[in-house]
Design a protein around this ligand. Sequence first.
Ligand code: MG
Length: 275
Amino acid sequence: MYGKCIVFDFDCTLTTRHWYYFLNDLNKFLEMYKNDPVIKGYQKDQLTMFRENILNNNTFDIAILINLFFGGYERIGKLTNLFSALKRYNYDMYISSRGISSQVSNALYKSGLYNYFTMIHTVLDGNLLFIQTGVTEKYLAPKNQFIYNKLFMEYNYRKLIYLDDTNDENLQLLYMLQGVKQSTNEYEYVMFSDREYYYVNGMMKDGSGIMDREIGIIYNIMNYKFGPETIGDVARTTRDVAVITRNVADIVDPFAWGFGRHHKGGGRYKIKYYY
Ligand SMILES: [Mg+2]
């Protein structure tokens, strides 16, 4: 069985500012954001208290978390829509980060994003509070090895999308994956054996993370169909059926396909589809 998955870096990919530095290297954080009007808009005491509450596992002001580190409630809404769409299209979701597991998990919990993830691949700390759900994986290997060895080889994913504001691990993967390569403004693509790797291009290192552009690229790579009731979508669906029919190679189990929706179970035969 072949599945699909998406891997997100955490700091400055899912977050809009550097969560790791904020908690673990405050001087570096303040230097990075010394000209940031939003950071300047907060009282120093307010930020200090917020930070200490997190480090001490106390309750903290979730609005500060959302506004400073997730780009506000509107962006959280867009991420939630995207994540729900990914789930509907049967993508498993992963975080791969050099961050500290309890700190990454805490931010994900409080922002309401935690439950979308199958596994959070981070540096494990001694704080067991956030690793009892069984989804936290110790950061045993660099991200490129996690993606290649664990996700492609062990879990056998056929299609994988990777987002990271730092390009280093992607460059290593592009080197490791021998196959047909393609580069566009939107993504790097490799097809090797029968697998597909996509890396979303153009994010700025230590920038403000996934924004509308990157969200749009992910929808494109998914071939996501918006608004199934519209005429345009019916047309696109028909074309997709033609493409699928031409490329059908085998009957497989994971999911059924029918006019843009997946039907789980129900004894239908399911086709493996290509896009
Ligand atoms: Mg990052």
